[in-house]
Design a protein around this ligand. Structure first.
Ligand code: IPE
Ligand code: IPE
Ligand code: MG
Length: 235
């Protein structure tokens, strides 16, 4: 414990989550996939509260990947409907909770009304500083790197190209790299999440489906993280 703040010192500053398993959660209950996504939204709200409570400063949530367009039309439409509902209904309470809401990814591919609400939510909450909640929507780690390279090519570059130059051109350059990346539902992969930023992240995998992810599971992940030694290549 840090005596001055009462918070544990080993709390990661930035936690990223691949929120996976909504479909399987629903399937086990003989329910349509969209009901799983609905339950996933509740888990997301709960996790934002728990993260803030535990002193996590940045929480990034992988909500829709650049590859998720490959799903059925009805599932994609169902997800869009849920985003719309969530964004309209929950942003004010996110603001009251002191959360700064951010979105990274190609939002331009989304329907106009969703883009408008996204913009309004970012503006409404931009001065909040209790926790940054970064929704990764239509996000792909490879796409992010391609976008950074394109922006670099559009500049007049003097001297050699460095890692720092590219770092500054990523989607959220002010956000520290994720300390801890969590994936639910038993798959042992990152599926194109934070490819550049996750170079030295610690990974935590759990079999729990995302709709069942609760405070004890988040605490378990943090506990595991706290017991690790991060060496960054040193001896
Ligand atoms: C994650 O749950 C949510 C999104 C990718 C939008 P899935 O829908 O991938 O759930 P499973 O993997 O099929 O169980
Ligand atoms: C990763 O989950 C993307 C999100 C959680 C948004 P997927 O379910 O799309 O990943 P794969 O297909 O199992 O790799
Ligand atoms: Mg999945």
């Amino acid at each position: 414990m840090d005596e001055s703040t009462g918070k544990r010192k080993s709390i990661p500053a930035h936690v990223g989550i691949v929120m996976d398993g909504n479909g399987r959660w629903a399937k086990h209950r003989f329910l349509p996939r969209v009901i799983g996504h609905q339950a996933g939204m509740k888990a997301m709200e709960r996790t934002i509260d728990n993260a803030k409570d535990l002193g996590i400063r940045y929480l990034s949530l992988y909500a829709f990947s650049t590859e998720n367009w490959k799903r059925s039309r009805s599932e994609v439409q169902g997800l869009m409907g849920l985003f719309r509902y969530y964004l309209k209904g929950k942003m004010e309470s996110m603001h009251r909770r002191g959360a700064r809401v951010r979105f990274v990814g190609h939002i331009d591919a989304f329907p106009d009304d969703i883009r408008d609400i996204v913009k309004a939510a970012m503006e409404r909450t931009e001065d909040n500083s209790d926790i940054d909640v970064i929704f990764c929507v239509n996000y792909g780690g490879r796409q992010e790197i391609v976008d950074a390279v394109k922006r670099l090519m559009a500049q007049e570059i003097e001297g050699p190209i460095t890692e720092e130059m590219l770092c500054r051109l990523m989607y959220a350059p002010d956000v520290p790299d994720p300390d801890l990346l969590i994936r639910t539902a038993g798959e042992l992969r990152m599926s194109n999440f934070w490819l550049w930023e996750g170079a030295y992240s610690e990974y935590f995998f759990t079999d729990v489906y995302w709709p069942d992810f609760d405070r004890s599971e988040l605490e378990r992940a943090i506990e595991s993280y706290a017991g690790r030694e991060r060496r960054y290549g040193t001896a």
